[in-house]
Design a protein around this ligand. Structure first.
Ligand code: SF4
Length: 288
């Protein structure tokens, strides 16, 4: 096996050693794993193949902010319905606030205040008595190629059907095309439909900073198309891994795909694409 210029050998996969006639193992994946490869095969290699993995850059403040808001909402729904009030939010947000990545305490306090405003506005539009089917609920499903699992922010009951809800705290301007095109949301819907044995076609992006919802209603066919695309990605990944195991150059099997997302890549400091570094709080400008 060849090693990369960085001296890291891609970890071997047991399923690459299959014998003729034996069924291939399912590709175990999350939406994030598939999305990472679709965005950049080299980033996939850094994240999931190279061992040890190259060092990541410092934590991002916008990720800390997003995680803090998600956890506060999760814990808000864990309260009994009579305690699901706006007044409960400051303690919930403070209790699980993630501090990493901010420039200083002034910036962090401003982010906390903004996050609290978003949460207060958001829960003000919710019915506290409405019990979601799942909050940060893991759903899993197998196809001919994939063993998929993922954690949906929220799964709501809407009449006799289900809806996938994904919270967003970043960029503005999300619309129904973003909801329609999200492979992650489609896979959650596909899996939820099978786990709960109820139709799940609606997917929604809830953008807390603007209080807007971008939604799309899938059909059985459009969900099947997204699953098929996910399977194609999985096959590409397996092919790349097999090529490396057979002696191909890992840098060619997992090429870089430089683009705007490089500035936000955790591995930008290890990548030959030569990306200009950003401050860990740079993404806050897009959020605050
Ligand atoms: S910096 Fe860009 S090209 Fe390099 S691994 Fe990250 S996303 Fe890929």
């Amino acid at each position: 096996m060849r090693t990369s210029p960085a001296g890291r050998a891609p970890a071997p996969r047991a399923e690459q050693l299959g014998f003729t006639g034996m069924p291939e193992r399912l590709f175990v994946c999350t939406p994030s794993k598939l999305g990472t490869y679709a965005d950049c095969p080299r980033r996939y290699r850094f994240s999931y193949v190279d061992r040890p993995s190259p060092p990541k850059g410092p934590p991002w403040a916008h990720n800390s902010l997003g995680a803090s808001v998600h956890t506060a909402l999760k814990n808000w729904f864990a309260l009994p319905p009579e305690r699901r009030t706006r007044a409960a939010l400051p303690a919930l947000l403070k209790g699980t606030w993630v501090r990493e990545g901010y420039r200083d305490e002034v910036q962090e306090r401003a982010a906390y205040r903004r996050a609290l405003e978003w949460l207060e506005g958001y829960v003000g539009g919710l019915d506290p008595a409405a019990e979601p089917v799942g909050v940060e609920r893991v759903v899993a499903v197998k196809t001919a190629v994939l063993a998929f699992n993922g954690r949906a922010d929220r799964i709501d009951a809407r009449g006799g059907e289900l809806a996938i809800v994904d919270y967003k705290t970043g960029r503005t301007g999300l619309d129904s095309d973003d909801a329609r095109g999200s492979q992650a949301l489609a896979l959650y819907a596909y899996a939820a439909e099978r786990v709960f044995r109820r139709p799940c076609r609606r997917v929604e992006l809830h953008h807390l900073p603007s209080g807007t919802i971008a939604a799309h209603d899938h059909t059985q066919e459009s969900l099947a198309r997204q699953v098929s695309r996910a399977e194609d990605t999985a096959r590409d990944i397996l092919d790349a891994e097999k090529a490396v195991a057979a002696g191909a150059d890992p840098d060619e099997a997992f090429p870089t795909t430089p683009g705007p997302m490089c500035g936000w890549c955790d591995f930008r400091r290890s990548c030959p694409a030569g990306v200009t570094d950003k401050e860990p709080w740079a993404g806050l400008d897009r959020s605050l």
